[in-house]
Design a protein around this ligand. Structure first.
Ligand code: ATP
Ligand code: MG
Length: 366
């Protein structure tokens, strides 16, 4: 166990919609596993997104960013909602998220897609294909075609309107995402598949060259390469072949959404955004779900599992992370389900009660 004096600062950004509901439940779980593992957590709750627009006038107040920068890790609920879709200042809650990622310099986005045995029927794939899927997509988040210059609109030599973007990667950007991916694969089953389009794109040719070079630092990880069109097919044909996938910003955007659909349970999926050093950002992949906000209907497990990723990848408190993961499985095994994953014969509960049942599972395993 950790020394009793060990303590961490965690910034909580509940945000909008169901964000506050799922964050409050995850906070309790973090508090409990910390006390069981013998460390302390000091939470600082800050406004972000639409909630911050309403009160402070900007989606990411300076105090919020500073809190996130100073802390050991940040847990975010969700941001946005219809309410702010047409606000006169054209300040969208979502801009706050881009500013937060930039401010924290998190360039690696980790999204696991795991088909839990209890939820295999939720998968969009046939049972025998979905069963046992447990993969992680590591997406480059701050480079590539979404940020490359030149970009814009113009006119071509025939007077036709054009739109253009540029895919650019520098060697250092590829090296650092590759290292995070190899480290991630090492903590998992030791297999890394790098996805690119190196038969067509120069940026991908450099990507493949750099990932191959970095591989020599990780002789214990088995590296393979795949073209993105093939990877998109293989993900639905035989997703079990994958352990860890690393890819660029745009391919990762698409493939991580494809992978999440394999599980079919948006309320169950966590994510982590990491930088070189410095605090990471952890959040469920789902949005603010304004249709069910304030009704105690949200599934808090994606945020619970994001809290587990925070413990594992953010604080290196692996045992505390495992306590949460095990408790989530135990709670599902005991038949508790929120509306989004409920089927006949199971116990339908709300967000709060689901949270309490997970706490009971954590307690029962001590
Ligand atoms: P955003 O643009 O913020 O990503 P979105 O509309 O794309 O929003 P979500 O907010 O994730 O997506 O909601 C999509 C659907 O999934 C909604 O019907 C919502 O109620 C449901 N949903 C999302 N998250 C959860 C959750 N944690 N528990 C239960 N249902 C959820
Ligand atoms: Mg969405």
């Amino acid at each position: 166990a950790a020394s009793p004096s060990k303590s961490y600062n965690i910034t909580l950004l509940p945000g909008d919609g169901i964000g506050p509901e799922v964050i409050s439940v995850a906070k309790n779980a973090l508090q409990l596993v910390a006390s069981l593992e013998g460390f302390k957590i000091a939470f600082e709750e800050m406004p972000m997104g639409g909630a911050a627009l309403d009160v402070v006038g900007v989606p990411l107040p300076d105090e919020t960013l500073n809190s996130a920068k100073k802390s050991d890790a940040t847990l975010l609920g969700a941001i946005g909602g219809y309410k702010w879709d047409n606000n006169e200042k054209h300040l969208k809650p979502e801009t706050g998220l881009l500013q937060l990622r930039e401010g924290l310099q998190v360039f690696a986005n980790l999204r696991p897609a795991t088909v839990l045995p209890q939820l295999v029927d939720a998968s969009t794939l046939k049972k025998e294909v979905a069963e046992g899927v447990d993969l992680m997509v590591v997406r480059e988040l701050t480079g590539g075609i979404y940020f490359g210059k030149p970009r814009g609109f113009g006119t071509n030599e025939n007077g036709q309107e054009i739109g253009f973007n540029t895919e650019v990667y520098a060697a250092y950007e590829i090296d650092r995402i590759a290292r995070i991916a190899f480290e991630t694969a090492r903590k998992r089953r030791g297999k890394l598949c790098s996805v690119d389009k190196a038969n067509v794109l120069e940026a991908s040719m450099l990507w493949r060259k750099r990932v191959t070079a970095i591989a020599s630092e990780y002789p214990d990880v088995e590296l393979s390469h795949m073209y993105v069109d093939n990877a998109a097919m293989q993900l639905v044909r035989n997703p079990k072949q994958f352990d860890t996938i690393v890819t660029n910003n745009i391919f990762g955007d698409i493939l991580s959404d494809e992978a999440s659909m394999i599980t079919g349970s948006i309320g169950m999926l966590p994510s982590a955004s990491l930088g070189e050093k410095g605090p990471g950002l952890f959040e469920p992949i789902h949005g603010s779900a304004p249709d069910i906000a304030g009704q105690d209907k949200a599934n808090p497990l994606a945020t619970m599992l994001s809290a587990a990723m925070l413990l594992k990848y953010g604080l290196c408190e692996e045992k505390a992370a495992q306590r949460i993961e095990a408790a989530v499985l135990d709670t599902l095994n005991r038949g508790f389900r929120t509306g989004d994953i409920h089927s006949a014969g199971q116990k339908l509960v709300g967000c709060k009660e689901m949270g309490e049942e997970v706490l009971k599972s954590i307690d029962s395993k001590t």
